[in-house]
Design a protein around this ligand. Structure first.
Ligand code: 5GP
Length: 217
């Protein structure tokens, strides 16, 4: 799980988790992070939910049927999985392990159940951020603007939001998404700081020894 960091010091890759109630802006923030932060790779989940207009299989999700999902669970192919809105969602293990061992960080857009499982498996490597909407009205507006779901689905998501919100205290960082640019800057700062954490920078001892040798000359 180590490779050279941007400044030449080896470090372990980290698992960067974003969670929020649907409509709090997490998908936009994830997209911005992937576009603007080198060395960060998105984990593409498998799901049994139907594809929405505009979604692409293999980019947004791997869309699979229930038997295939069950087979992935049985064969240990998923790092974590959960049932959300009556559908199954899970993180394929192999791409995550490959990215981490290549020294890349991995971004996860998963719910609190998945975050708990990742934390149990790899506490030291997980950095979790919970995104809060500024108000209930704002959340509802964003769900309607998205306009891809029926009113019934939106009502379901609003009532789920209350439940999801109750898990905020299990996260390392909390960002209130008043403004997408500000929220992005905050999330980006978290990732930048976490990349510099001493514990994850496995090459520091060697780096400092080299500095000392140079100074002694
Ligand atoms: P949506 O159907 O709107 O794309 O996602 C619904 C919820 O499922 C979101 O809260 C999202 O974070 C969560 N989710 C997506 N993929 C996964 C996954 O692989 N594991 C878990 N535990 N949750 C996921």
């Amino acid at each position: 799980m180590t490779a050279a960091g941007f400044d030449g010091v080896e470090r372990r890759g980290l698992m960067f988790v974003l969670s929020s109630p649907s409509g709090a802006g997490k998908t936009t923030l994830s997209r911005l992070l992937i576009e603007r932060m080198p060395g960060l790779k998105m984990s593409v989940s498998a799901t049994t939910r139907p594809m929405r207009p505009g979604e692409v299989d293999g980019r947004d999700y791997f869309f699979v049927d229930k038997p295939r999902f069950e087979a992935m669970v049985a064969q240990g192919e998923l790092l974590e999985w959960a049932t959300v809105f009556d559908n199954r969602y899970g993180t394929p293990r192999a791409p995550v392990e490959a990215a981490l061992s290549a020294g890349q960080d991995v971004l996860f857009d998963i719910d609190w159940q998945g975050t708990q499982q990742l934390r149990e498996k790899a506490r030291a490597d997980v950095v979790s951020v919970f995104i809060l909407p500024p108000s209930a009205a704002d959340l509802e507006k964003r769900l309607h603007t998205r306009a891809q779901d029926s009113d019934e689905v939106i009502r379901g998501r609003m009532s789920r939001a209350t439940h999801e919100l109750s898990h905020w205290a299990e996260y390392d960082y909390i960002v209130v998404n008043h403004d997408v640019d500000d929220a992005f800057a905050e999330v980006q700062s978290i990732l930048k700081a976490e990349r510099l954490k001493r514990e994850r920078r496995t090459g520091l001892t060697e780096f400092v020894r080299k500095l000392q040798r140079q100074l002694e000359k």
